[in-house]
Design a protein around this ligand. Structure first.
Ligand SMILES: [Zn+2]
Length: 156
């Protein structure tokens, strides 16, 4: 797999928890930058730096995963950010994958389908993707998973 030198892979982009959490907030619905910061603080009980949030939002926009609309607030205006369809798709894939990882960490004997997140107790369907062996419940899920990854990579 080739990576673009400038931005790195999409996995790298969202590897950081703060970014991941920012995505979960965006996933809930349109929101503005300040609201992301205050919701993050309220729920995680930690500060998130605007110098992380805004460049991240910019990166997501550059990749076509987030768009914004301008909303007037008194004499000023602010940007309301929201996930594009591609952005939502990517989030769904990520959240499923994340949920699967958590289940495996708690119950190592278990395989979790990397696509639909269902638990596989035996006879998981396995496929090597990007050099890693990944478990699925069936070949259909493996196919959808690969589609998700392609969507993520193609998003500009
Ligand atoms: Zn599945």
């Amino acid at each position: 797999m080739t990576k673009t030198a400038k931005t790195g892979g999409i996995d790298e982009l969202i590897s950081d928890f703060s970014r991941f959490y920012t995505l979960t907030i965006l996933y809930e619905g349109p929101t503005h930058g300040y609201s992301i910061i205050s919701q993050f603080k309220k729920r995680v009980k930690k500060e998130i730096s605007p110098s992380l949030v805004y460049p991240f939002l910019q990166q997501l926009q550059d990749k076509g995963l987030v768009k914004y609309t301008i909303e007037p607030v008194g004499e000023k205006e602010r940007k309301i950010f929201e996930l594009t369809e591609e952005g939502r798709e990517l989030c769904t894939c990520l959240f499923k994958r994340f949920a699967g990882l958590v289940s495996i960490a708690i119950e190592p004997s278990l395989s979790v389908c990397a696509h639909c997140g269902c638990k596989v107790y035996e006879g998981a369907y396995k496929e090597v993707i990007d050099g890693k062996e990944i478990a699925f419940c069936c070949s259909h899920c493996a196919a959808s998973y690969k589609e998700c990854k392609t969507t993520a990579k193609q998003a500009k």
